[in-house]
Design a protein around this ligand. Structure first.
Ligand code: TYR
Length: 188
C-alpha cells in the first residue's frame, strides 16, 4: 500500500503514512491515535486483505505508530497522489516555516498549504502533543496518519486540527524525523 491509502481496523479508518524499514524488516508509520485504537490493519473494511500489526504506538506526547507489514513495501516508499500517479519518497527532512507542503489522505486525497510554525503544542482531549508542525493544509477525519511531504522528502504524519477541506483548515503534523529516530527506522 502507498502513503495516503486507507487502512482499516476495528471499525476505524486512518491513512498510511510512509513505508519504512527497521532491522531489515518492513513496516509503515501512521498516527499514534490510530495505533492506540487498532492492532490489526487491513486494506479493506471487511479485513480480507491484511496489511499488518501495530507494534509501537505513542500518543499523546507524540502522535506516531509503527505497523509491521505482512508483505512489505520492500525498500520502496511512495505516496498516492490520487490522480493515478505516485510520488516516490527518498528521504526524511525537517519542515521549515513558509515551506509549501502537500498532504495525502484517504478521506480528502491530496491538498497543499504552507508551514506556519514548528515546535507547536496541541492539546487534545486525550492529552498534549508537543513539537508539532502547524500548517494551513486542510484535513478531515480518516486522513489521520497520512503523509506530509514536499517533493520526495517525507516531513510528517497527519495528527489533528480544525476546519475542513471545504472551508479550509489548520492541521498539525507529527514530525516524521522524530518518529524515525525514536523508532530506529528509515524511509524505504
Ligand atoms: N484527527 C483526524 C483523524 O483521526 C484527522 C483530522 C485532522 C481531522 C485535521 C480534522 C482536522 O481538522 O482522522
Amino acid at each position: 500500500a502507498l502513503g495516503g491509502d486507507a487502512i482499516f481496523g476495528q471499525g476505524a479508518r486512518c491513512s498510511l503514512g510512509f513505508n519504512v524499514r527497521r532491522g531489515g524488516e518492513d513496516f509503515f508509520l501512521t498516527a499514534g491515535h490510530c495505533g492506540n485504537e487498532v492492532r490489526n490493519w487491513a486494506a479493506d473494511q471487511q479485513g480480507a486483505e491484511a496489511l499488518g500489526t501495530t507494534v509501537d504506538s505513542d500518543f499523546p506526547g507524540n502522535d506516531f505508530a509503527l505497523v509491521q507489514t505482512e508483505q512489505g513495501g520492500a525498500g520502496q516508499s511512495a505516496v498516492n497522489l490520487y490522480d493515478g500517479r505516485a510520488q516516490q519518497i527518498t528521504r526524511a527532512g525537517e519542515a521549515v516555516v513558509g515551506q509549501r507542503v502537500f498532504r495525502s489522505g484517504s478521506t480528502t486525497g491530496v491538498h497543499s498549504g504552507s508551514v506556519t510554525a514548528t515546535g507547536a503544542t496541541v492539546n487534545f482531549a486525550e492529552g498534549t502533543v508537543t513539537g508539532m508542525i502547524q500548517t494551513t493544509v486542510c484535513a478531515e477525519p480518516g486522513d489521520s496518519g497520512g503523509p506530509l511531504f514536499a517533493g520526495g522528502t517525507a516531513l510528517g504524519l497527519t495528527s489533528g486540527g480544525s476546519g475542513d477541506c471545504r472551508t479550509g483548515g489548520v492541521t498539525f503534523f507529527q514530525p516524521v524525523s522524530e518518529a524515525l529516530q525514536v523508532l530506529g527506522a528509515q524511509i524505504g
